[in-house]
Write a protein that binds this ligand. Structure first.
Ligand SMILES: [Zn+2]
Length: 200
């Protein structure tokens, strides 16, 4: 009788562990201050890049939940990482000290405090070849923008590979095109951010 009880507890623990690991294939590392985050296509964006960024933001808007991105007028001038204007730009990272040369895209989120960010700026690295689709010769603009907009929501990089490849997988080297479409973990991550915002 005693050993039987022990066994059922063991099974229960295993089940819980298994479910927990399944439920956390997303990472949340910041909460946005605003439910709707305005963003500006910076003048450095080509029209193709502008379209790709717009589609990327719309992809997150279309996922279940109430967090939104709202496109504003074109911005120009210096991009200030700490101002309240959220710029989306394309630059040659090699020409800027603050941008990591070996990254194809980057985002800077300005923290308001330990758990919340007030604003963001997104950058596409012009030092690499860009295109529209799946190819070994270039990276897919829209896919990488979708990944970076996911960070703007507050999601972190996911280091666990699964199929289909989640948008928030950390490495876009081979999977930039796959990052265009949100997977279950990406959508769950967005909803969990909303859940945490509602319970703040
Ligand atoms: Zn990332």
């Amino acid at each position: 009788m005693k050993s039987r009880k022990k066994l059922s507890i063991f099974i229960l623990t295993l089940t819980i562990l298994f479910q927990v690991s399944l439920a956390h294939a997303y990472v949340i590392d910041s909460l946005p201050l605003f439910w709707t985050q305005n963003w500006h296509p910076h003048v450095t964006l080509s029209s193709l890049e502008n379209t790709a960024a717009t589609n990327a933001a719309s992809t997150w808007n279309s996922a279940p939940g109430n967090l939104k991105f709202s496109k504003q007028t074109q911005s120009s001038g210096t991009i200030d990482l700490s101002d309240t204007r959220n710029d989306v730009a394309a630059l040659n990272f090699s020409q800027y000290e603050f941008l990591p040369n070996n990254f194809i895209g980057a985002i800077y989120r300005q923290p308001l405090n330990g758990t919340t960010h007030r604003n963001f700026d997104i950058f596409l690295n012009r030092d690499y070849n860009w295109g529209d689709g799946s190819s070994p010769d270039y990276f897919d603009r829209q896919g990488v923008f979708t990944h970076e907009f996911g960070h703007a929501l507050g999601l972190g990089d996911v280091y666990v590979m699964s199929t289909p490849v989640p948008t928030m997988y950390y490495d876009g080297t081979y999977f930039s095109y796959a990052m265009r479409t949100l997977e279950n973990d990406d959508r769950s991550g967005k909803l969990e951010i909303e859940n945490r915002l509602n319970n703040k």
